[in-house]
Design a protein around this ligand. Structure first.
Ligand SMILES: [Ca+2]
Length: 361
């Protein structure tokens, strides 16, 4: 029989063992939940098909810095204290030097890539029924999302209201089957999904910029400014980016001269000699999107999070886009500010979304 005076001595090890078991159970549960989340995330990820659409290594261009600008590394304040929640907290980031395209990839540049590789963009492919369970087969047709506002739309609360899936729309036919690229050779290519942009970048021996590189480059050396040219939207009345003037989405005064995309370089370059880092088309970055990433972002060369979450569309992994587009209104949008973040599913092309490439030394 045990000595009752010894009971406390035996009880503590049992309590400690119990706590360890509890800790292990909680840890296993946490790992299981994370694994389940990652698995679910991977299921929804879109994989570039192999075969004729794959970019053969032999077709890859030799890397050239022609048309690129060398950005010396440095430190800057990433984000904006006045921006949206996902632009905060403002945090200091350092990036190493890198190359970045002077302008957005144009239709003629993308055509050269397609000619060399026979690449077919996602918008031109028939959607796979596996990716769209429950959608009738007759609705699974190639196409893309085109800006198409109903007349006299006043309620701007639903941003899907001015977008329409148009059968046959693609980079070749930006507004649909009746449109073409005539006289748009120097315009930025649009309807480019993140996968398409990655394929082009790989062919060119380049890569997409990280979100931090993109913002550093966009600011052009003007740290902490509201716009890439300073703090005034229209300094001296000058229009410095291709955006939307007037009441969105039906009244565009065309004060800047462009209803849709503008030829690249139509507006003054920023401090680093880069054109259209504000407006014209949204530009893909390499990073996944997480709204709270800035709270724990590495201080040097952040590469973005390992996973993605958009509270507005849970379960839909998204990549980051930057820079705003010709649809950003001067009245309220502000999406052409260098700190503004956009997020889009990587398989999605839009009539106001393109890209530019970067490269390491
Ligand atoms: Ca415009």
């Amino acid at each position: 029989m045990k000595n009752p005076q010894n009971q406390p001595t035996y009880r503590w090890p049992r309590i400690a063992a119990g706590m360890i078991v509890l800790f292990v159970v909680v840890a296993v549960f946490a790992v299981w939940r994370e694994a389940k989340r990652v698995k679910s995330f991977q299921r929804t990820n879109v994989v570039i098909p192999t075969g004729t659409n794959a970019v053969a290594p032999s077709s890859r261009n030799a890397f050239s810095t022609n048309g690129m600008v060398w950005i010396s590394g440095g430190r800057f304040s990433m984000g904006s204290p006045k921006g949206q929640n996902d632009e905060q907290p403002v945090h200091e980031v350092a990036v190493d030097g890198f190359w970045i395209d002077q302008h957005e990839v144009t239709n003629e540049q993308f055509a050269e890539f397609v000619k060399a590789t026979s690449y077919v963009t996602i918008a031109e492919r028939k959607p796979d029924p596996k990716d769209f369970p429950g959608v009738p087969p007759e609705n699974l047709v190639p196409g893309s999302i085109v800006f198409s506002p109903p007349p006299d739309l006043r309620d701007l609360s639903n941003h899907f209201a001015w977008w329409k899936y148009v059968t046959g729309a693609s980079w070749r036919r930006p507004e649909g089957p009746e449109s073409d690229l005539k006289s748009r050779e120097k315009h930025p290519v649009v309807h480019i999904s993140w996968f398409d942009a990655m394929a082009y970048a790989k062919w060119a021996g380049k890569r997409l910029p990280t979100e931090a590189e993109w913002e550093f480059a966009a600011r052009g050396g003007l740290n902490g400014k509201e716009y890439i040219w300073g703090d005034e939207q229209e300094p001296g009345g000058k229009l410095l980016a291709n955006i939307w003037q007037g009441r969105f989405p039906n009244e565009n005064s065309l004060k800047d001269g462009f209803r849709i995309t503008a030829p690249v370089g139509s507006f003054p370059s920023n401090g680093y000699g880069l054109s259209d880092m504000a407006g014209n088309v949204w530009e893909w970055c390499a990073d996944w999107y997480l709204p709270d990433y800035y709270a724990r972002s590495p201080k040097r060369n952040p590469q973005g999070p390992d996973t993605s979450h958009d509270p507005n569309e849970p379960g839909m992994p998204k990549r980051v886009q930057r820079g705003g587009s010709y649809l950003c209104t001067d009245l309220y949008c502000g999406a052409f500010r260098p700190s503004r973040r956009m997020k889009t599913s990587p398989d999605t092309g839009l009539s106001h979304a393109g890209f530019r490439c970067a490269a390491s030394k």
